[in-house]
Design a protein. Structure first.
Length: 162
């Protein structure tokens, strides 16, 4: 099982890189630097993933197994994805909303960490996507006793600069 505890992430390519780098470094031999795209592919292939994402001081806990996922949000709401469907649940308001899940894409297998962080790079064949996915480690950080690769890249996406 892939286990992650990532604190202080923001919605950016750097944030997803930290998450993915942790998954990679905890579960792969040290074969030298790899591209961010390779790391994202390995997250997509993982049987299970556990993430803790902090945005603006608010923590979300994510558990994913193949095409199923649960996100517990700081405000008490949660989301459940079962393949292509996503249920947003607010028990306090007694409301559940069903939509298409952005976290799993029929074109690509597995979880999309970029979508989970709200990053949309649009057409993956575009220049922005290529720069993001081909980026190499910028440096390393220490987190919970592990050495993690850090990726930084700035490029435009369909949702603005990332």
């Amino acid at each position: 099982m892939f286990v992650l505890a990532v604190r202080g992430l923001v919605v950016s390519a750097t944030a997803v890189a930290a998450v993915v780098a942790m998954v990679w470094n905890l579960n792969q031999p040290d074969d030298g630097p790899v591209s961010l795209g390779t790391l994202l592919q390995n997250v997509a292939k993982a049987d299970t993933v556990r993430l803790e994402i902090v945005r603006n001081g608010q923590t979300e806990n994510v558990w994913a197994k193949r095409t199923d996922m649960r996100i517990d949000r700081a405000d008490g709401t949660y989301a459940i994805a079962l393949g292509p469907k996503l249920w947003e649940i607010d028990e306090k308001a007694n409301r559940a909303t069903v939509s298409v899940s952005p976290y799993y894409n029929g074109d690509r297998p597995g979880l999309s960490p970029l979508a989970l962080l709200g990053v949309d790079i649009g057409d993956r064949s575009g220049e922005a996507a290529k720069r993001l996915l081909q980026s190499q480690p910028f440096g390393q950080i220490q987190r919970d006793g592990a050495t993690l690769d850090r990726y930084e890249v700035q490029c435009d996406s369909s949702s603005g600069p990332i």
